[in-house]
Ligand binder design. Structure first.
Ligand code: COA
Length: 164
């Protein structure tokens, strides 16, 4: 029996930490839908289309990982996919309060949806999209944090921004 799971986020941009969570989830659930959305109160670096393209490329070789984008409430999107499992990654205690709030709010909105947490691999514990962007902005080496195509995109983006 295959059970669909949704892994939502802004993925601005996707990191190796996110990839590790999705790929581990895909050993248990099938398919895993990596679902990209906008967060109006978060200033995004890359457009939805750019983030989608980067995520799509990241999972090109993963047969049971699908990439989609959505707008509106996560619970409505999850229901529209006929799913009842949401995957989130937990990096450290610092993530707990935010993730706890998110999971409880989603449960209140839709009690049939369960949020499951995957502990992030040790090597990715400290990675965040903002941190990677900050390093890229200052010409630092981000090759151990993001896939090659994302590193290229980040360096191009910040080079273009500097030229303007
Ligand atoms: N590896 C690397 N980074 C990770 C990570 C991992 N395993 N897990 C989390 N992160 C980082 C991200 O890089 C991101 O860093 P940043 O803040 O520097 O950009 C941060 O943790 C959180 O990002 P993400 O996991 O993508 O979550 P989010 O907070 O951007 O997304 C949504 C939250 C989209 C799931 C949530 O807002 C949502 O469901 N929105 C839809 C609307 C809705 O339903 N709202 C009501 C919800 S109660």
């Amino acid at each position: 029996m295959s059970t669909i799971a949704i892994y939502p986020g802004t993925f601005d941009p996707i990191t190796l930490g996110h990839m590790s969570i999705a790929q581990r989830a895909a050993t248990i659930f099938s398919p895993v839908v990596v679902a990209i959305t906008e967060m109006p109160d978060k200033e995004e670096t890359f457009s939805l289309k750019e983030r989608y393209d980067m995520v799509f490329e990241a999972f090109r070789d993963n047969d049971n990982i699908i990439v989609e984008s959505f707008s509106g409430l996560l619970v409505d999107y999850v229901k529209s996919k006929g799913a009842s499992v949401v995957i989130r990654g937990m990096r450290a205690i610092a993530d707990f309060e935010y993730e706890f709030q998110l999971a409880l709010a989603n449960r209140k909105l839709s009690p049939s949806i369960e949020t499951l947490f995957f502990m992030t691999d040790n090597e990715y514990l400290f990675i965040s999209s903002s941190m990677v962007k900050s390093i890229a902005k200052h010409h630092g080496d981000i090759s151990s944090f993001v896939p090659h195509h994302v590193a290229y995109k980040l360096h191009t983006h910040f080079a273009d921004t500097r030229e303007k």
